[in-house]
Design a binder for this molecule. Structure first.
Ligand SMILES: Cc1cc2nc3c(=O)[nH]c(=O)nc-3n(C[C@H](O)[C@H](O)[C@H](O)COP(=O)(O)OP(=O)(O)OC[C@H]3O[C@@H](n4cnc5c(N)ncnc54)[C@H](O)[C@@H]3O)c2cc1C
Length: 501
């Protein structure tokens, strides 16, 4: 079959892929591009998860795209409302015509002689068979998220097979699971657990949140009053832009203070929790994390719903270790037994980069853990490849939009200068390499070997503040002396890039 040739190939039609499509269509109208999406729906994360209460844990004024105002009244929104927003964005802006559904990218090899990526993919037919497809593209833009879709992280516990109740993972919530009137234990302590517990309690379940380690909670109003006020006073786009700015600034302030004055922020966060719980409730051990604020993702609790469920006695928090699953529930290290009709593993994600596709340079496989990021968008030594990876301490979309805009600037620079290949240089030997993220969350720690590294300085250093990234990616010249441009690739670049891998 003859390969289809495109200028740009985008992998994934989640938030990042939609952002990529909008920016390419708007800023690079002369470039032919397509978005390949493995599933039969857009939205990625927001169409995959279905557990009760599934919602954002950052505000929608920053999780929304800069070009599409968030019009709902809730700032922390439910999954289906977010999916509706993403579908509406795709429809309003004509993005769907670029998306090819049901096509999973398996591998991409950079051919230096032809200065193109040769991409192998499969299209799943209705009868389950897979049809191989090949694409050639000048530029590859990976927007495939950061975790596996087919399964979540499930730690192995002794006796799991002997449990006679229903055991589900939050990532694979069965549509017909009814928890009303049942004893449910939710294992985990992140945003998923904190969302599920009040939602299941509201359905009439008796819920225990079982955690090994407590987490920090930040109680926020479900509705942003300032945003709603601005909306009443100003034209929609101005109000949206101002609210975004406000929320970016507030988020950056909280993150910055958490790093500079962790004790103060800890006091503030624990104070909020104490106020939301009944008088005399001992915060220790359930709500006193042994690490500093923002060393793991801070968990937003809109309108204190988790604490209301605990205060009403509809939910209980237990900090303990699981010794084993029993026929009827769980035995804990403390000796306590939890009876459960349903056990939910809210134990996190399995990280996966580049959508699980194997990348190679002229046949030499690239190992993601040995790559060095360049401006948080490209990799040193790897030509014509961009990857969207959002912030871990701010809304993902902020970085996705900046990444997409930067890629358009880069492509337009290449058009204007008649160049076809852009390869970021590698950091010099005196720049030390550091882990990609400074976070102690389990899913990052488990997958540190898969994540690229960053340099301690220069364009290889990741910035965690949106305003700094904005300047770097939107204002600073694309041609910074580190990104090497060529009309046709030179053999020496291919060798250097291959060695870097
Ligand atoms: C439960 C949960 C809650 C979250 N809440 C927030 C939040 O409140 N705020 C926030 O900022 N972030 C949040 N995140 C992070 C979230 O993933 C981002 O907000 C954002 O949705 C990521 O968008 P994405 O398009 O980069 O990736 P995804 O949403 O993961 O989409 C990737 C898409 O690429 C497709 N794909 C993957 N591999 C391939 C392949 N090989 N070939 C073709 N297609 C492929 C997938 O099918 C999918 O459609 C949350 C994540 C989870 C899991």
């Amino acid at each position: 079959m003859t390969p289809e040739t495109l200028d740009v190939l985008v992998i994934g039609a989640g938030i990042s892929g939609l952002s990529a499509a909008w920016h390419l269509q708007t800023h690079c109208p002369d470039r032919r591009f397509a978005v390949l999406e493995a599933r039969h729906d857009l939205g990625g994360t927001w169409s995959l998860f279905r557990y009760p209460g599934f919602r954002s844990d950052s505000d929608m004024y920053t999780l929304g795209f800069h070009f599409k105002p968030w019009r709902e009244r809730h700032a922390i929104a439910r999954g289906p409302t977010i999916l509706q927003y993403l579908r509406e964005t795709a429809r309003e802006h004509g993005l769907e015509r670029h998306i090819r559904y049901g096509i999973r990218v398996c591998s991409a090899d950079w051919n230096p002689r032809a200065a193109r990526w040769e991409v192998r993919a499969v299209r799943a037919a209705a009868d389950g068979t897979e049809e191989p497809l090949t694409f050639h593209c000048g530029f590859l833009f990976t927007c495939a998220g950061y975790y596996r879709y087919d399964r979540g992280h499930q730690p192995a516990f002794e006796g799991m097979a002997s449990y006679q109740g229903i055991h589900v993972h939050a990532q694979q919530w069965p549509d017909d699971l009814d928890c009303r009137g049942r004893n449910v234990v939710v294992i985990g302590s992140g945003a998923t657990a904190a969302t599920l517990v009040p939602a299941l309690a509201a359905q009439g379940a008796r819920v225990v949140l079982l955690q090994r380690t407590p987490t920090y909670y930040f109680i926020v109003p479900g509705r942003d009053r300032v945003a709603l006020l601005l909306r009443g006073l100003l034209p929609e786009r101005w109000a949206y832009a101002l609210t975004r700015k406000k929320n970016v600034a507030l988020g950056a302030f909280l993150f910055g203070q958490s790093r500079k004055r962790p004790e103060r922020i800890r006091g503030f966060l624990l104070g909020q929790v104490a106020k939301a719980l009944p008088d005399g409730y001992d915060l220790s051990p359930n709500f006193t994390p042994p690490y500093g604020p923002w060393q793991q993702r801070l968990c937003l609790v809109p309108d204190a719903d988790l604490f209301k469920a605990v205060s009403d006695g509809r939910a209980e928090v237990v900090t303990d270790h699981i010794e084993r699953f029993t026929g009827q529930g769980l035995r804990l290290a403390s000796g306590r037994e939890l009876q459960a009709d349903v056990i939910v593993s809210a134990t996190g994600l399995e990280l996966q980069l580049l959508g699980g596709a194997q990348l190679s340079l002229d046949g030499v496989p690239l190992e993601s853990g040995r790559l060095v990021t360049y401006k948080g968008v490209m990799y040193g030594g790897v030509p014509n490849l961009a990857v969207t990876f959002g912030y871990v301490a701010a809304s993902w979309t902020l970085k996705a939009d900046l990444t997409s805009r930067y890629v358009c600037r880069l492509l337009n620079h290449m058009s204007a200068t008649g160049t076809r290949v852009a390869t970021p240089g590698l950091p010099p030997a005196d720049i030390t390499l550091e882990p990609f993220v400074d976070f102690s969350s389990g899913y990052f720690q488990r997958a540190m070997h898969l994540l690229p590294r960053q340099g301690a300085a220069g364009p290889w250093k990741l910035l965690d503040r949106y305003v700094d990234d904005r300047r770097r990616l939107l204002r600073e010249p694309v041609d910074d002396g580190v990104l090497v441009f060529s009309a046709a690739p030179r053999e020496s670049e291919v060798v250097a890039a291959t060695q870097a891998a």
